[in-house]
Design a protein around this ligand. Structure first.
Ligand SMILES: [Zn+2]
Length: 169
């Protein structure tokens, strides 16, 4: 794509489909290195960057009533920065360049750091989906009992399993 077309695309993107205010990253037509990782791991990283992960400090309406404290160390809020860079409970899993960087923004455009982060996520299961108590907003409604009455064969479909590799297949 030539420079003019790319520039115009970015202008139109920002004008017609601007990212939400909580999304701090500049728009770009260049795919980030994490897109080359296994889809499950790439999704975790995309969620961290966009502020919409399963980490306790990145809340949704369904988790707003839960603690933000890191359940591994109970010493700080479980933000991406805490989990990836600072949590003392995960220190043994932080190797090489992940030990020396001071900002997650150092990672996104760096292939080696992205691979190190992918390995860290796979080993520590950081940002993996978790089961949580039902939201108080859900209790008392008829939605839950309606859902429970639907026959299910979920026992033969495990929701999640081990992720054997961090690379896309
Ligand atoms: Zn912690």
């Amino acid at each position: 794509m030539n420079l003019h077309a790319k520039t115009q695309l970015l202008i139109n993107w920002q004008h017609f489909y601007p990212p939400p205010e909580y999304y701090p990253h500049p728009l770009s037509t260049t795919p980030l290195p994490f897109n080359d990782l296994h889809k499950f791991i790439a999704t975790r990283i995309h969620q961290f960057r966009s502020g919409k992960s399963y980490l306790r400090a990145q809340k949704t309406w369904m988790t707003a009533h839960l603690s933000s404290k890191c359940e591994r160390c109970n010493a700080a809020e479980e933000t991406p920065e805490h989990a990836i860079l600072h949590c003392p409970a995960l220190a043994p899993n932080r190797h090489g360049p992940l030990q020396t960087i001071t900002s997650l923004n150092d990672i996104w455009n760096d292939q080696n750091l992205t691979i190190a982060l992918g390995a860290f996520i796979a080993v520590t299961k950081t940002g993996y989906p978790r089961s949580a108590p039902p939201s108080p907003l859900a209790t008392g409604s008829t939605t839950m009992s309606t859902l429970k009455s639907i026959p299910t064969t979920s026992s033969s479909y495990p929701l999640a399993g081990p992720i054997p590799a961090i690379y896309a297949s």
